[in-house]
Design a protein around this ligand. Structure first.
Ligand SMILES: C[S@@+](CC[C@H](N)C(=O)[O-])C[C@H]1O[C@@H](n2cnc3c(N)ncnc32)[C@H](O)[C@@H]1O
Length: 208
């Protein structure tokens, strides 16, 4: 528990540190790929009540369907401050909370859709986070994720394993997580798994 807490503090610190640069660092990929993927995933949201975890600087906010009631959390105060600014600019009423997905402060079965993009690469204990999402999702609700995962190709997998410590140190994100397996391990049933590129980025839909 103590180890997880210090790991959590460490990753939170990295996101606080890069928050001011985050959108600029991702700008090329955002323009080339991410915005289309965000658009595609957010179209799959079924409301009214939606929880976005790891909202970051709020990059999904412009793509949400109009009719949804959005609650958004992040454990980095700095990232969250940019998301709040983005919501203000968009005149979008979002309920923001500084919160850890590994220990959500919401009652069981609260949300119709639970959702995140590029989050489970950095959650220190991804199984705990995915379990919490399943707890707060309504029985007829769904999970939507956009995640990059460890490549299936044998040599690419080894390469990503070798590079992972450096990427974690700089960005706080792991590039070799087996997120599809993790989702299933905590009991979610995958209903859609779309390979968006090189078997690295996947769009995932699952039910509790
Ligand atoms: C790679 S960024 C993605 C941000 C945003 N979802 C996007 O698509 O641009 C990962 C985000 O997840 C947040 N995060 C990581 N672990 C978390 C946790 N345990 N609880 C809440 N937020 C977390 C980080 O602070 C960061 O804002």
């Amino acid at each position: 528990m103590k180890l997880l807490k210090s790991k959590t503090d460490q990753i939170r610190g990295r996101y606080n540190r890069i928050a001011f640069l985050y959108n600029s660092l991702e700008a090329p990929m955002e323009y080339l790929r991410f915005r289309n993927w965000r658009n595609r995933l957010t179209k799959m949201i079924r409301g009214p009540s939606t929880l976005e975890v790891g909202v970051g600087t709020g990059k999904n906010l412009p793509y949400y369907p109009l009719e949804v009631d959005v609650t958004a959390i992040d454990f980095s105060p700095k990232m969250l401050s940019y998301a709040k600014k983005s919501a203000f600019k968009l005149d979008f009423d979002v309920k923001f909370h500084l919160m850890d997905v590994q220990q959500l402060q919401f009652p069981d079965k609260s949300f119709d859709t639970v959702f995140g993009t590029f989050v489970f690469c950095s959650v220190p204990d991804p199984l705990a986070g995915l379990r919490e999402l399943r707890r707060v999702c309504k029985p007829d609700g769904k999970l939507l994720l956009l995640e990059h995962i460890r490549p299936h190709n044998y040599f690419m997998g080894l390469l990503f394993d070798a590079m992972n410590p450096i990427v974690v140190r700089i960005m706080g994100a792991n590039i070799n997580r087996r997120t599809i397996d993790n989702i299933q391990k905590v009991g979610w049933k995958i209903t859609k798994d779309v390979n968006l590129g090189n078997n690295i980025v996947h769009l995932i839909e699952a039910t509790p």
